[in-house]
Design a protein around this ligand. Structure first.
Ligand SMILES: Cc1cc2nc3c(=O)[nH]c(=O)nc-3n(C[C@H](O)[C@H](O)[C@H](O)COP(=O)(O)O)c2cc1C
Length: 210
């Protein structure tokens, strides 16, 4: 089994190997608005849920080839608000259109033929076609690296959940009806697979006092 030292990998090789290893990744389809109110939409698979009270997610945002932070990062830092839309299998093609490199101010939601729907607490709209969307506020920024390939992790507090009636049962989302797209390495994706259940082992830790 080859062991590869990350420090010996030139250029983007470490990035490529990393995204081959950490799979499948969920995709945050992030809506922001700029100072003029123009809508921006782009996908981010460096995305994860990281806390419960308050409910929190992270999205890691890199730079364009010209060294400028991606429009999502610029808008998020300026406004402190975004919506994280969930990308389902059916939305793969539209999501891919919004990943194109467009000049600042281009409305990728319109480019992809998607419909904006109003949010309750934040200015950016959600994607009406996405069955699950999280209204979020930026609470922390964590820098990752200091080179031209630097990222920053945006820690986002979820302030509202939008869930399609067709998926929502008694405060939960039916995992068999939500069909989330998975991001693999390179340009590869995975369709949602078979869903099965596994109960965790019972706790062997002492019960909390009181
Ligand atoms: C499935 C997918 C996942 C992506 N994940 C990320 C990511 O986690 N971080 C990132 O900086 N760029 C990511 N990208 C690239 C951005 O979506 C792309 O650079 C986009 O043009 C950024 O748009 P913006 O400048 O409007 O923010 C991803 C692209 C795709 C197709």
């Amino acid at each position: 089994m080859p062991i590869v030292d990350a420090s010996e990998l030139p250029g983007r090789r470490a990035y490529r190997l990393l995204v081959d290893c950490v799979v499948p990744r969920p995709i945050a389809w992030v809506t922001t608005v700029d100072a003029e109110g123009a809508v921006n939409l782009a996908p981010f698979s460096f995305f994860q849920a990281v806390g419960a009270e308050p409910p929190s997610v992270i999205v890691s945002i890199g730079k364009h080839r010209d060294g400028a932070f991606k429009d999502t990062g610029v808008n998020l830092r300026a406004s402190g608000e975004c919506v994280v839309n969930v990308v389902t299998d059916e939305l793969a093609e539209a999501m891919n259109v919004t990943a194109g490199e467009y000049p600042f101010g281009v409305d990728e939601m319109a480019r992809a033929g998607l419909t904006p729907a109003p949010s309750r607490h934040v200015a950016p709209p959600r994607v009406a076609q996405s069955p699950v969307a999280l209204e979020c506020r930026l609470t922390q920024e964590v820098p990752i690296g200091d080179t031209e390939n630097a990222y920053f992790v945006a820690v986002l507090e979820v302030v509202a959940f939008h869930v399609d009636d067709a998926l929502y049962d008694d405060g939960r989302i039916d995992p068999r009806r939500l069909r989330p797209l998975g991001r693999l390495g390179g340009s590869a994706y995975s369709h949602p697979g078979e869903v099965f259940e596994l109960e965790r082992p019972p706790s062997e830790r002492p019960a909390a006092a009181g």
